[in-house]
Design a protein around this ligand. Structure first.
Ligand code: ZN
Length: 489
C-alpha cells in the first residue's frame, strides 16, 4: 500500500515507572459515587487532600466516560492526572476497551512523553488485553493525508500491572483493528483490487499464513464470471485473495469471506454524488477479513481458517456490465442483473462458491451490503442472517462478550420468491425496496447451499459519519474482536 504520511507506532510497556522516569499523564479510574482508589488516595495525600476536596465539592465525579484532566500540585509524581469516570455498573470488556480508548484519545491534541494507564486493578485481568487494544485504536484516525498529523501520539504508553502476555495480545488485537480501518480509510486511488492484494501479500510475507492472489486471467480460468462482470467497467481489474492459516490439524476450515468493492460508483445504476462520497468503504468486509486473519496469524491460533476477499471496482465505462445482462456464475447458477449497484452480492456469489469448494465447517461473510440494513437497524448495529441458528448463536455470544452490537433478521422461506428471475435462475435485486437486507441474504444463500453460514451486513457500523469519544469517524474495524473471539472459542 502506498505510504500515508504517518504511522501508528507507539511504544507500549508494562514496566512500572521508576524514580528516574517522569510521567506526563497518569490515567486513573474513578467509580461513580465511590471513594478514591488506592492510586488516587496516594496522590490525594501527597497533595494535601486536594482530590478529596474536589470529590466533596462535586467537581470530580465518576460518571461513565467523563474525563477530568487535572494538574498535579506536587513537586514529584506525574505532571497531569486524567481521571476517567467508570460509572456504577459492573465493568465489562466493552468498558475496558472504550474507556481506555477515550482516555488516550483525549490526550492526542498535543505531544506527550510517557503516559501511564493505571487500569490493572480497575478492570478484570482477562480484560487487560482490550485495555491495551483500545489505547492503540485511539491512536489511529482517518486524517491520513494532513500535512501535519492531527493526532500527536505519546512517546510511550505504560500499563503497569498488566502481564506481558496480555500486553502482546492487546497489541495484536489493536493493530489488527487498526489495519482493517487503515485499509478502509485509504482513498480509492490508493487502494484498488491489485494494491489491496499486494498489501495482503506484504502483510503476511514472513508468517505461517500463505496468501494466494487470483488475477483477472486466473479468475477467468476459474469461471469467476460474476466477479469479472462487476469489475468489467474499471481500468483496475478484479482480484481474489485467499489467506490460508492452517494450523489446526485435520479439522475442516472456517472460511471468512469479505466483500471488497474498492470503490462503488453504482456502475450504470449510478449513485448520486452524495451517496458515493463514502464508497471507498465498500471494501470494509474484505478489510475486516484481513484484520481477523492478521490477529489469528500473530496469535498463532491452532485452528484452520481461510480468509477470502472478492475484490472489484464498480465503475462506469463502455465495458461496464449492464442491466439485463445474465451472468453464469462460477457455481453454474445464472443471475440476471437488474441493478448494477447491487454488485456486492454478485461479487460474493463467486467468492462464496470458492469458499464452498474448500469444504469448510462454516462460512461467515462480511459485507457492506445494503442500505436497507441501515434502515432496519440503524447505523451502529450489524445485521445477521443465517441458515444455521446454532452457528449464529455462537457468533452472537462472542459479540455480546465483546460488546459489539448484532441483531438477527429473519430468513423465512417466503422471501425466496423475491429473488426469482423471469429469465435466469435468480435476479440481483428483490421486488422493490422492502426487506432489502433479507432479499440480499436470500440471494447469497443460493451460493452456500446447505453449508452452515452466517451473513453479516456491516453497511451501517463499518464506517462512521461522526467521531465517538473513543474513536475517530471513518472506518471502525467492527467485528474484528467478535470474530477473533468466536474463532478462539
Ligand atoms: Zn453498490
Amino acid at each position: 500500500m502506498p505510504e500515508s504520511n504517518f504511522d501508528v507506532s507507539v511504544n507500549l510497556t508494562v514496566e512500572p515507572t521508576d524514580q528516574a522516569t517522569s510521567v506526563d499523564v497518569l490515567i486513573v479510574g474513578l467509580r461513580h459515587q465511590d471513594s478514591l482508589s488506592p492510586s488516587l488516595g496516594e496522590l490525594d495525600q501527597l497533595g494535601g487532600g486536594w482530590l478529596t476536596r474536589l470529590l466533596e465539592s462535586g467537581q470530580l465525579r465518576g460518571k461513565r466516560g467523563e474525563l477530568t484532566m487535572l494538574g498535579v500540585p506536587t513537586d514529584s509524581g506525574p505532571q497531569m492526572l486524567l481521571v476517567v469516570g467508570l460509572g456504577e455498573s459492573e465493568l465489562s470488556r466493552l468498558d475496558a476497551f472504550e474507556l481506555s480508548a477515550a482516555a488516550i484519545r483525549s490526550l492526542l491534541d498535543r505531544p506527550r512523553g510517557r503516559v501511564e494507564v493505571r487500569f490493572a486493578d480497575t478492570f478484570a485481568s482477562e480484560h487487560h488485553d482490550v485495555v491495551v487494544a483500545g489505547a492503540l485504536t485511539a491512536c489511529e484516525g482517518q486524517a491520513l493525508y494532513r500535512s501535519e498529523p492531527s493526532l500527536k501520539l505519546p512517546a510511550e504508553i505504560a500499563f503497569p500491572g498488566v502481564s506481558q502476555k496480555q500486553l502482546d495480545r492487546g497489541r495484536v488485537i489493536g493493530e489488527s483493528i487498526n489495519h482493517a480501518r487503515r485499509m478502509v480509510n485509504e482513498p480509492p486511488a490508493v487502494l484498488y483490487p491489485a494494491s489491496f492484494a499486494q498489501s495482503v501479500l506484504d502483510l503476511f510475507a514472513d508468517t505461517e499464513t500463505s496468501v494466494e492472489v487470483w488475477d483477472e486471467n486466473r479468475l477467468a480460468e476459474e469461471g469467476c464470471r460474476a466477479i469479472l462482470a462487476v469489475g468489467a467497467g474499471s481500468s483496475r481489474p478484479p482480484r481474489l485473495v485467499m489467506m490460508s492459516h492452517l494450523c489446526g490439524g485435520d479439522e475442516p476450515p472456517i472460511v471468512l469471506v469479505g466483500k471488497g468493492v474498492t470503490f462503488d460508483s453504482g456502475g450504470l445504476s449510478l449513485k448520486p454524488s452524495d451517496a458515493m462520497i463514502d464508497m471507498k468503504c465498500d471494501m470494509a468486509g474484505a478489510a475486516t477479513v484481513v484484520g481477523v486473519m492478521n490477529a489469528i496469524s500473530c496469535l498463532g491460533l491452532k485452528r484452520n481458517v481461510i480468509g477470502l476477499c472478492g475484490l472489484a471496482e464498480n465503475m462506469v465505462s463502455g465495458t461496464s456490465y449492464k442491466l439485463g445482462d445474465v451472468i453464469k456464475t462460477r457455481s453454474g447458477k445464472t443471475i440476471e442483473i437488474l441493478n448494477t449497484d447491487a454488485e456486492g452480492r454478485v461479487v460474493l456469489a463467486d467468492t462464496l462458491d470458492v469458499a464452498k469448494g474448500l469444504q469448510p465447517q462454516a462460512i461467515v461473510d462480511l459485507a457492506t451490503l445494503t442500505g436497507a440494513c441501515m434502515v432496519a437497524l440503524g447505523r451502529d448495529v450489524v445485521g445477521a442472517m443465517t441458515n444455521d441458528s446454532n452457528l449464529l448463536e455462537q457468533i452472537e455470544s462472542a459479540a455480546t462478550c465483546e460488546g459489539e452490537l448484532l441483531w438477527e433478521l429473519p430468513m423465512f422461506r417466503h422471501y425466496d420468491d423475491q429473488v426469482k428471475s423471469k429469465v435466469a435462475d435468480i435476479k440481483n435485486i428483490g421486488d422493490g425496496r422492502w426487506g432489502g437486507a433479507i432479499t440480499a441474504a436470500k440471494f447469497l444463500e443460493n451460493f452456500v447451499d446447505e453449508l452452515p453460514w452466517v451473513h453479516l451486513d456491516i453497511a451501517g457500523p463499518a464506517f462512521a459519519d461522526q467521531p465517538k469519544p473513543y474513536r475517530d469517524a471513518g472506518a471502525t474495524g467492527v467485528m474484528v474482536r467478535t470474530l477473533l473471539r468466536w474463532i478462539e472459542s
